[in-house]
Each structure stands twice: as C-alpha cells, then as structure tokens.
Design a protein around this ligand. Structure first.
Ligand code: DX5
Ligand code: ZN
Length: 223
C-alpha cells in the first residue's frame, strides 16, 4: 500500500485561464496534485488539436508541480526531446507512433526527463515488454486517445494487472499510469488492478472545486 499519485489533466480545464486552473490543484495536503497531465495533440495521431511546446514552456514558469506531458502526436522521435529539454518531468510518447522507442527513451533520459510509453486500448502490452525496460512510466490508455469525458474501458485492466505483475516481480521498473474515464466510480477498480498514477480530466475540472475532487479521488484510490 503506497500513496497514489493523482495527475489532473488540463484538457478539461478552461484554456483561457490555464494558470489559474493549475493553481486550483496546487493547494496543500491531499488536494495538491502530484503531477499536472498535459495532453499534446497534433490533429494527426488523434483527431484533435490542443497545445504544444510554447504553452508547456509557459506552464513550467507558472507551477512547481511536475508536468506530465502526454504526446499524442506523430513523429515523437523528432518532437519529444524539446519537452524534456524545456523541463517537463515526464514525457510520454505513444508506442504506436514512435519509430525507435528505445532510442527515444535514452534521449529523453539524457535530457533529464523521465521517459514514458503509452499504449492505446487495442495495443497489446506483451509485444512491448523489452522496450519498456528502457522506460520509467507506462501510460495505459483506458479510452481511445483524443478527447476528455469518454467512458472507461474496463478491458484494459488486464494490461494493468500484467504490468503490475512485471513490476512487482522485478522484471520492469515502472510507474503504472492510467488515463481515460477515471472518476470516483472507476478509480477503485483501477487501483485494485495495480495503478500507481491516475490521470483525471473531467472528474477534476468538471467539479465545483478541483482541489476537493483531487482529494476525493486520492481517498478512493488508496489501496
Ligand atoms: C484523452 C487524454 C486524457 C483526457 C482524459 O486522450 O489523454 O488525458 O484528458 O480525460 P477524462 O479524465 O475526462 O477521461
Ligand atoms: Zn492524456
């Protein structure tokens, strides 16, 4: 039983007030987010367009909370390094998009960031276990990437259980992270399956008080 990490996704925040929205989850105690999850989308890897490096550089100046950048983009081999060099804490790329994910992880770590690998709901974990030896975080998608507010896909919990087993038996050393449809109703089953870090967008920023929502999710994820 260890402390769950909560990573609110600013995809569901008001993009005209991003600084204030981050400050709303930067209070003290259990209401304080552990990581801020930043969804970078390029309109090619996913059918949606959000923000990129210039915005991330500004966010880095506005908060001390580590930024967890989730790159839903094509050609991450080319673009991911910029986020690491800018000072993002963790930079996650999609295994479906990366040409050389092992080299990419090495480059991210050399630039001072944690290296994250994400897998879409339909992507098997088994094919990528060797690759994951080079990574620090595994982001299991529990919705199709692209939009907030979708329903949790419980089938992906099998991949979480497999990842948890590989970590607990010492075969991998990873923070197991889940992203998509996490709310007060779904977070317990994810925690039960072995998730370490919970991304939540609409459940945090759709709430009256985002800080309270973080504390409530943390409470329910405690295992
Ligand atoms: C979706 C993004 C998620 C999104 C989750 O592609 O990767 O981070 O913000 O939103 P919710 O928590 O509303 O499913
Ligand atoms: Zn995300």
């Amino acid at each position: 039983a260890h402390r769950p990490l909560i990573a609110p996704s600013i995809l569901s925040a008001d993009f005209a007030r991003l600084g204030e929205e981050i400050h709303a989850i930067a209070g003290d105690g259990p209401a304080r987010a552990d990581w801020v999850h930043v969804d970078v989308m390029d309109n090619h890897f996913v059918p949606n367009l959000t923000l990129g490096l210039p915005v991330v550089q500004s966010l880095l100046k506005t908060t001390d909370i580590p930024l967890d950048c989730h790159l839903m983009i094509e050609d991450p081999d080319r673009w991911a390094i910029g986020y690491a060099e800018a000072g993002a804490y963790n930079v996650t790329v999609h295994v479906e998009a990366a040409a050389d994910p092992v080299m990419l992880a090495k480059n991210l770590r050399a630039a001072g960031a944690k290296a994250g690998l994400s897998i879409k709901p339909g992507t098997p974990l088994e094919d990528h276990v060797e690759t994951l030896k080079h990574y620090d975080t595994l982001l299991v998608m529990s919705v199709e990437p692209g939009f907030g507010g979708q329903s949790f896909i419980p089938d992906v919990l099998e991949k979480v259980r497999t990842a948890r087993r590989l970590v607990d038996t010492g075969h991998l050393k990873l923070v197991v992270e889940i992203d998509g449809g996490i709310n007060a109703d779904t977070i317990e089953q994810a925690a039960e399956a072995g998730v370490d870090c919970f991304v939540a967008g609409s459940a945090v920023y759709g709430a009256e008080d985002p800080g309270k929502a973080v504390a409530a999710l943390r409470e329910r994820a405690a295992r």
